[in-house]
Design a protein around this ligand. Structure first.
Ligand SMILES: [Zn+2]
Length: 104
């Protein structure tokens, strides 16, 4: 018997085959299974706590980078892989820009 979201009825198998979550409760229902997935997507981010001391444009770049990562994650979970691809490209460019400035 597969795990199932109590609210919309999406099963874990359905999620794996379509990468689509039915509702926001699915995040909670499949938290265990989603965690490693999200971690993989977030592999390169350094979240609060070890933020480099930067200001102005550099902080903006970092902020934008984080935002893009979150948007990409949302797009992937929503099954919008075209959008995730586009965002991935932007993220890559931004990453190089950050690396060039020694922030990544
Ligand atoms: Zn659900």
């Amino acid at each position: 018997m597969s795990k199932r979201c109590g609210r919309c009825g999406t099963t874990l198998e359905q999620f794996y085959s379509t990468s689509l979550l039915g509702c926001e409760n699915c995040y909670r229902a499949f938290a265990e299974e989603l965690a490693p997935l999200l971690k993989k997507l977030h592999g390169v981010t350094v979240h609060a706590g070890k933020t480099p001391k930067v200001g102005g444009i550099e902080r903006q770049l970092l902020c934008e980078y984080e935002t893009l990562l979150e948007e990409k994650e949302a797009a992937m979970l929503g099954g919008d892989f075209d959008k995730a691809n586009d965002l991935g490209e932007e993220i890559r460019q931004l990453y190089f820009e950050l690396a060039r400035r020694g922030l990544k």
